[in-house]
Design a binder for this molecule. Structure first.
Ligand SMILES: Cc1cc2nc3c(=O)[nH]c(=O)nc-3n(C[C@H](O)[C@H](O)[C@H](O)COP(=O)(O)OP(=O)(O)OC[C@H]3O[C@@H](n4cnc5c(N)ncnc54)[C@H](O)[C@@H]3O)c2cc1C
Length: 418
């Protein structure tokens, strides 16, 4: 979102300065060198509805590198791998009563036809799913996915948020077949291109530059970073909302305002990436419901984007204060390998070529019921705008949503400055 804002501001004739705390650009979409291959720390795919992202690719002349592929899904349920994701595969899942399978399909159809989500905003997602699917359907198909991602927050999520997630994937179909996208070269490709364009248009980018304080000043705002305190005509923050609280505190803001940022809930992610000699399954995405593993699913990136050797992501989501989050990376890697071996018993230790575990403290906001009412204002202080991935609720966090929202916000701020 920060890159999209800096790019749009530069297009509007402003001279943006982008301050990034990390040693690289991209945030959750940043890449690292994994045994000689540049891949994202966290898995990314694109859906057919990602129009703001396609528009950006077009402007960066990267549209020809966007690829689409029909992908398969699986469900690893109590030690057995089932096909999943199509109406036929749902109907064949005899592990569930026929009525539960039919209710699941009806609910999926309802998610696609529903347009006005406002009545879902006040309903807990788990209540909504239990009502549509019945208890057996919910317990088998959803309970573990929620429990291993949101833990104690499972029953607070809003139905509007889960609806928008189901709909995004459900709509990414061609001829009824799930079709997902990736960019040749991965996210690094568009991040490098937008960085070059921002600089070309006169913008400045500073890495390893954490902002420590934001405060209002006459005709603008001041921020402090390793270079000291600087004045700008306007400041736009795109860091996760809870991280804004200490910046406002250092800037001497009202405690009630600070609390509105501090109390936003998120779950963290320890995301394991494994390079293996062979695929685990033929699926891109395999949901996992197996009491041996606290893993909601595995994502075989190589079954979407042809990267060799085979790349699989295993995400462990949990609140950052959960005792398991302090486990060493090796423990998450060992659990991931055990899970992959359970799914594909032919996998041996000698097939694991490389492993890595990356962590993001604010990986997934917890969007509760009546979520919009809990969000602090976008422009809480004159000349200061504060946004993160929650601002486009009920849409879930996503590259396209962050790019689209960020560019619109930049247009408004540029108009305000004029
Ligand atoms: C596991 C996982 C899987 C995902 N899968 C997908 C997917 O398949 N498709 C998709 O579209 N999206 C996916 N996403 C989401 C996507 O990565 C994000 O929505 C997108 O990157 C949004 O970025 P953002 O800029 O809004 O926020 P962030 O990426 O959170 O960026 C915030 C930035 O602020 C920086 N920062 C923090 N503190 C400071 C400070 N004090 N000063 C300066 N800078 C600071 C951070 O370093 C970071 O670069 C996934 C995310 C995760 C974690």
């Amino acid at each position: 979102m920060g890159l999209a804002i800096a790019y749009q501001l530069a297009l509007e004739g402003c001279r943006p300065v982008l301050l990034e705390a990390d040693d690289r650009l991209g945030g959750m979409a940043a890449s690292f060198d994994f045994a000689g291959v540049a891949i994202e720390r966290y898995y990314h795919f694109h859906c057919l509805s990602d129009t703001a992202f396609f528009q950006l690719l077009e402007e960066l002349k990267l549209q020809p590198l966007l690829r689409w592929k029909q992908t398969a899904m699986g469900f690893f349920l109590d030690g057995r791998l089932y096909p999943w994701g199509s109406a036929g595969s749902v109907l064949k899942l005899r592990r569930l009563p026929l009525l539960a399978r039919l209710r699941y399909l009806l609910h999926a159809a309802r998610c696609l036809s529903l347009r006005d989500w406002r009545h879902l905003d006040g309903i807990p997602a788990t209540t909504w799913l239990r009502t549509w699917l019945g208890r057996p359907g919910y317990e088998v198909l959803w309970a573990k996915l929620f429990a291993y991602k949101f833990y104690q927050y499972t029953d607070s999520l809003s139905a509007a948020w889960i609806w928008s997630r189901i709909r995004r994937i459900g709509r990414s179909r061609r001829w009824l077949k799930e079709t997902l996208g990736y960019l040749e070269g991965g996210s690094e490709h568009w991040i490098e291109a937008i960085e070059a364009r921002i600089r070309e248009l006169g913008g400045e980018i500073r890495l390893s530059s954490p902002v420590g304080a934001i405060e209002h000043s006459d005709q603008g705002a001041r921020i402090s970073s390793p270079r000291g305190s600087e004045h700008f005509d306007a400041v736009i923050s795109t860091v996760p909302l809870p991280l804004v609280a200490p910046m406002l505190r250092a800037g001497g803001q009202d405690p009630a305002l600070i609390a509105a940022y501090e109390t936003q809930l998120s779950v963290a992610c320890a995301c394991v990436v494994l390079q293996t000699r062979q695929p685990i399954t033929a699926n891109f995405w395999t949901n996992v419901n197996d009491s041996r593993f606290s893993i909601p699913g595995i994502i075989e990136m190589s079954n979407l984007r042809p990267i060799t050797p085979h790349i699989t992501y295993v995400p462990f989501y949990m609140p950052a204060d959960h005792p398991d989050y302090s486990r060493p990376n090796d423990a998450f890697i060992a659990d991931s390998i055990a899970c992959l071996k359970a799914i594909n018993p032919s996998l041996e230790d000698s097939d694991i070529l490389a492993s890595q575990c990356s962590r993001y403290r604010y990986a997934q906001p917890v969007c509760g019921t009546h979520f919009l009412d809990s969000l602090p204002p976008l422009n809480p202080i004159p000349n200061v705008w504060i946004a993160d991935t929650t601002v486009y609720y009920p849409e879930d966090r996503g590259i396209s949503e962050s790019v689209g929202f960020g560019r619109n916000l930049a247009r408004q701020v540029a108009a305000h400055l004029r």
